[in-house]
Design a protein around this ligand. Structure first.
Ligand SMILES: [Zn+2]
Ligand SMILES: [Zn+2]
Length: 176
């Protein structure tokens, strides 16, 4: 090993390089998000291979959220952030990753998820039931306080762990 070359390396994050790599992919996926809400990206990893990726937006073949395709996302005065997800036409990044894996026949059992944002209440349920065993996320998410105990239980079950990141997201409508 060339110790001199190592000494010249800039200081790295305390994360193992592999985790940092998958988190970077999640942030890259988030740049494709087409939703007026947060841009979110998620990567599904199994056996050190990416088996599916996802970002949030309206279902295939429907008008994009940024083009007014989702009533809930377009009217935040009526639909408060973090609530009424059942009335939202946008599919979340984690959910999209699971659905893509299912669509193309990749087992999600025993997978790890890397996501830009802590999974919401609904995605957390789905991830557990799809057999996801670990979640790494960068930005935290807060549930409706009425269900915070249940949400914590879901997060513990997922082994949800926040990791520091230097990555940033620029929305698709903010790109040059
Ligand atoms: Zn949306
Ligand atoms: Zn979600």
């Amino acid at each position: 090993m060339n110790e001199r070359a190592d000494a010249d390396q800039p200081e790295r994050s305390s994360l193992p390089a592999r985790d940092d790599y998958y988190l970077a992919l999640a942030f890259a996926a988030a740049r494709r998000a087409n939703c007026r809400g947060r841009s979110v990206g998620a990567i599904l990893v199994k056996g050190d291979r990416v088996i599916a990726t996802g970002y949030n937006g309206t279902p295939e073949g429907l008008p994009n959220c940024l083009d007014g395709g989702c009533l809930r996302c377009a009217d935040r005065a009526q639909f408060v952030s973090g609530t009424d997800y059942d009335l939202c036409i946008c599919v979340h990044a984690e959910s999209n990753a699971l659905l893509t894996a299912g669509r193309f026949g990749a087992s999600t059992d025993g997978t790890t998820v890397y996501t830009t944002d802590q999974p919401c209440f609904s995605c957390s349920k789905e991830l557990i039931q799809a057999g996801v065993v670990k979640v790494f996320y960068a930005r935290d998410w807060h549930p409706d306080p009425r269900v915070s105990d249940d949400y914590l239980r879901l997060q513990r079950r997922l082994g949800a762990e926040q990791v520091p990141t230097h990555y940033e997201i620029r929305r698709v409508d903010e790109l040059p």
